[in-house]
Design a protein around this ligand. Sequence first.
Ligand code: 5AD
Ligand code: SF4
Length: 444
Amino acid sequence: MENNTNRYKKDRVYIETYGCQMNFSDTEIVSSILINSGFSICDNPDDADAILLNTCSVRDNAERKIHERLIHLKRYKKQNKALVVGILGCMAERLRKNLIEEKQIVDLVVGPDEFRKVPQLIEDARTGTKGIAVKLSRVETYDDIEPKHTSGVFAWLSIMRGCDNFCSYCVVPYTRGRERSRGLESVVQEVTYLREKGFKEITLLGQNVNSYKDRQSGEDFADLLAACAKAAPGIRFRYMTSHPMDMSDKLIETMAEYDNICKYIHLPVQSGSNRILDLMLRGYTVEHYLGRINKIKELMPECSLSTDIIAGFPTETEDDHKATLRVIEEVGYDGAFMFKYSPREHTKAYAMEDDVPDKEKVRRLNEIIELQHKVSKNINEKEIGKSHTIVAESPSKKNPQEWMGRTDTNKVVVFPSLNGTKEGDLLNVKINGCTSATLFGEVF
Ligand code: 5AD
Ligand code: SF4
């Protein structure tokens, strides 16, 4: 028996990740847990003994993608009867039994707070026992686990898990559970370790990072950000995601104070109508939101801004929609993630009639996207002639002679590569062209 167990432990696991940065960061944690248990991670599903899908539930189309992928995976399982297929993350928590009972192909289902059980559940699946582990925890933060970083230059660092905001449209508090923060010291230790290993950029991650709190000392997100910036002066720090209610003056002042905190804020507005914001249970008004934006612009005029917007929330009228368009113009976002409202089971908004017809949602969404592209293009055009320091990220997908990197303000710059350009190079570029999504430049 023991021999068998050892054999399974050499198994190769392929993990496919869907959804937000938190999921990509979670995949690095699961990979590390598996490697520590003797498994290896492979990057081709054809070579795998186990295929795990780390899933997202935030919108219906994210879940649909997973169901389609499971149909494909049936073929793999026909060719390799011993193949283990597992669902991790938000969908696991949401659909539990359905996935195992209805989708005969799924062997294990593991929610975001039970990743430590993945190795055992893969082994159980190899001996024919299907397993479910979807309990949510009030304490699990995986802070003792060193993620298996996919890059040696850019690191995700998850500082908190879950969310207590319960926005009426959002399934996250139900799939990822209650909010809990890692200790400040443990985060700073990890930052110091990453600096010693030669990392150049760290993104602090959480569903709502600005409500971060060290339980023992009471220190908040601004304190944490300052402690990280001080501990690793050579590293650029970014963070995701912020909530407008918790975007304090202290945090904005801290960002302005440290050169190595990137001047970029993702601040989801969701809607420009106070009536809709109220129904969304966002806890702020458009006036409060714009006040935060003004404070950011006052202290950091160079700071770039992005947002999330939902089109077609229940009862949204043409006037509400127009109010959203006005906010886009008034703020002048550098970029935005724009979505059609998608009703999610368990949420408060699910009880409301989804009364904006799909065709109308699509029309409003397209109008939002079109306006945002125009705004981004105008902002990017102002970058032409300016210089930026960027960190080289990867060869450009379209042209292998070119590379891409990001400015401090999170703008993608594509540039002709030099001889020997490599990931992590700090380069000075002069911008000479743009689209709404990309800047083009020359290294100097
Ligand atoms: N429908 C559409 N968009 C949603 N988001 C979250 N829940 C929904 C939903 N039910 C969007 C929000 C959030 C982003 C991560 O996803 O804009 O900020
Ligand atoms: Fe969802 Fe709102 Fe929490 Fe963001 S802040 S994860 S939208 S509940």
